[in-house]
Design a protein around this ligand. Structure first.
Ligand SMILES: Cc1cc2nc3c(=O)[nH]c(=O)nc-3n(C[C@H](O)[C@H](O)[C@H](O)COP(=O)(O)OP(=O)(O)OC[C@H]3O[C@@H](n4cnc5c(N)ncnc54)[C@H](O)[C@@H]3O)c2cc1C
Length: 334
């Protein structure tokens, strides 16, 4: 597929529990910017079962067109089914750019589709822009202690996965008009090599969805041990938030990896990020510095976390955190 014949910016719309994932809405926002710069259309691709209602949302969030592939075989995500449908659509329409959220499923789907299309893929990006001269997409991602920016001049489509929370979700406009295209792409049951036997939802409290949390209370090496994360959990519960961790805390086995914030963990953008006993290494900041409000508690007044914090408390977290919990509980109980 030649780049000269390709046109339009596509966003793969990931759906979970019949709702569009935030990262896909964020990508519609940045996809809109890229499409405008290229003078092309923005298209959202939704694959699932009983998802027709989501097409209007795709348009409300900025797309000109929503392509909908519906069928019982797409009720749950499967690598084979989704890769088959998305590859067929790309072959038919030849988009110039394809954006996919760097979620667990997105990271599974994108390389399969890129492989089948024999195109390149830049994974786990934290920024995407168009170069105004050559009109190529520039894909930026962390690479060790540096950031790397790559282009894919021979790829069609130019393809990448992009992390959650690096772009702002646009405001929806439900009066926007757009085109909804239903595509009938069947995948035979035999062609889906994995079978879902049972879906076991994790028990409340064990689950962590940091990327969509509005309040995160994070702990680092200053927590001194796994048992002390209980005081963060207590504060997070009062605030209706989730518990995060630095890599030092995760590497020490104090918290599971799913809670890690930073370059090699999750990128988060909560309304409030509370960093407790976290020094503020650049790799940690890479995952949380775009939070709306950052509050840091650290006993070292020189800790670099204070350079990004909106509010800083210099003190012993083992005194400060229980005091905050007590005060928020008092406010909450009136
Ligand atoms: C390639 C690469 C990728 C990385 N990816 C990540 C990543 O994704 N996420 C990440 O977090 N790190 C990452 N790191 C590691 C990062 O460089 C730091 O080592 C790590 O973030 C440090 O964690 P920390 O702040 O908890 O620990 P430290 O740097 O040891 O800081 C502990 C802080 O706790 C404070 N403290 C101690 N006791 C108390 C107390 N009682 N009350 C208040 N404050 C107290 C101290 O003053 C100190 O500032 C990565 C490193 C590399 C090289």
């Amino acid at each position: 597929m030649g780049r000269e014949n390709s046109k339009n910016v596509w966003v793969f719309i990931e759906v979970y529990d019949n709702k569009i994932r935030n990262v896909s809405l964020e990508l519609l926002g940045q996809g809109r910017v890229i499409a405008d710069q290229l003078g092309e259309k923005l298209v959202g691709v939704v694959i699932g079962d009983n998802i027709a209602g989501l097409a209007n949302e795709v348009i409300a969030y900025g797309a000109e067109t929503a392509i909908v592939v519906s069928g019982n075989e797409y009720k749950d995500y499967s690598t084979d089914g989704f890769a088959n449908a998305l590859t067929a659509l790309v072959k038919k329409y030849a988009p110039s750019v394809l954006l996919i959220g760097a979620t667990r499923n997105g990271k599974d789907l994108a390389p399969r589709v890129a492989g089948r299309l024999e195109t390149g893929l830049i994974a786990d990006c934290t920024d995407i822009e168009v170069n105004s001269e050559d009109r190529l997409v520039e894909w930026t991602k962390p690479a060790g202690n540096m950031m790397s920016t790559s282009i894919c001049p021979d790829s069609s489509p130019q393809m990448g996965t992009v992390r959650s929370n690096v772009f702002k979700k646009p405001a929806p406009d439900y009066n926007r008009a757009g085109e909804i295209v239903a595509e009938d792409i069947g995948t035979k049951a035999d062609d889906i090599r994995t079978k879902i036997v049972e879906i076991i939802k994790t028990v409340q409290g064990e689950t962590v969805n940091l990327e969509e949390a509005e309040i995160i209370v994070s702990g680092g090496r200053g927590m001194k041990g796994p048992e002390n994360f209980a005081i963060l959990k207590e504060l997070a519960d009062i605030l209706g938030g989730s518990v995060g961790a630095s890599r030092a805390a995760v590497d020490a086995d104090w918290m599971p990896y799913a809670h890690q914030v930073g370059q090699t963990g999750k990128t988060v953008k909560p309304k409030i990020y509370l960093a407790c006993g976290i020094s503020g290494a650049i790799q940690h900041l890479a995952g949380m510095s775009s939070s709306d409000l950052i509050i840091a508690i650290n006993k070292d007044p020189e800790a670099p976390i204070f350079n990004v914090a909106d509010f800083g408390i210099v003190g012993d977290l083992f005194e400060v955190v229980p005091l905050l919990t007590k005060e928020f509980r008092r406010i909450k109980n009136g």
